[in-house]
Design a protein around this ligand. Structure first.
Ligand SMILES: [Zn+2]
Length: 147
């Protein structure tokens, strides 16, 4: 079952209504960090780029998702095909690269797996740490067929 909504730009946003995935019925703000808004945003970016490249269709999309990106993998993998439905990405092969988080301590240079967004160095207990990776949400690449 779907619920459709025409946004300010005239684009129809389509929402899959499920008991276990109810958040997007209420919240339509594209900046909100939930997976369907993110997926629609990804679809817009790829579609714009593909149109500029005179693509007829997009055959493959690769996404990079950090474990600390705030995106739930299962929800994203449900949302992306929904967001791509009716676009030139509809039949694209979807590849998700999940990237484990890694942080480094500025005090002792120890590299470690962070357990939370604000990480303490397990070696020297310093809070002066930063993420090397794990917060990314990238469109790694997409393949097109030109018209
Ligand atoms: Zn340290």
């Amino acid at each position: 079952m779907f619920w459709e909504y025409r946004n300010d730009t005239g684009r129809i946003e389509r929402f899959l209504l499920r008991k276990d995935f109810p958040i997007f019925v209420i919240e339509l703000n594209i900046n909100t960090m939930h997976e369907l808004s993110i997926a629609i945003h990804i679809a817009d970016i790829i579609e714009n780029e593909a149109i500029q490249a005179q693509a007829e269709k997009v055959t493959k999309v690769e996404l990079e998702i950090g474990s600390m990106s705030g995106v739930e993998p299962a929800a994203l993998e449900l949302a992306v095909p929904e967001a791509f439905r009716g676009t030139m990405m509809e039949k694209a092969e979807l590849v998700y690269h999940y990237i484990p988080a890694s942080a480094v301590c500025q005090s002792c240079c120890h590299e470690f797996d962070p357990t939370w967004h604000f990480s303490i160095c397990p070696h020297c207990n310093s809070s002066d740490t930063y993420f090397l990776r794990g917060k990314e949400l990238n469109i790694k690449s997409f393949d097109i067929i030109k018209s």
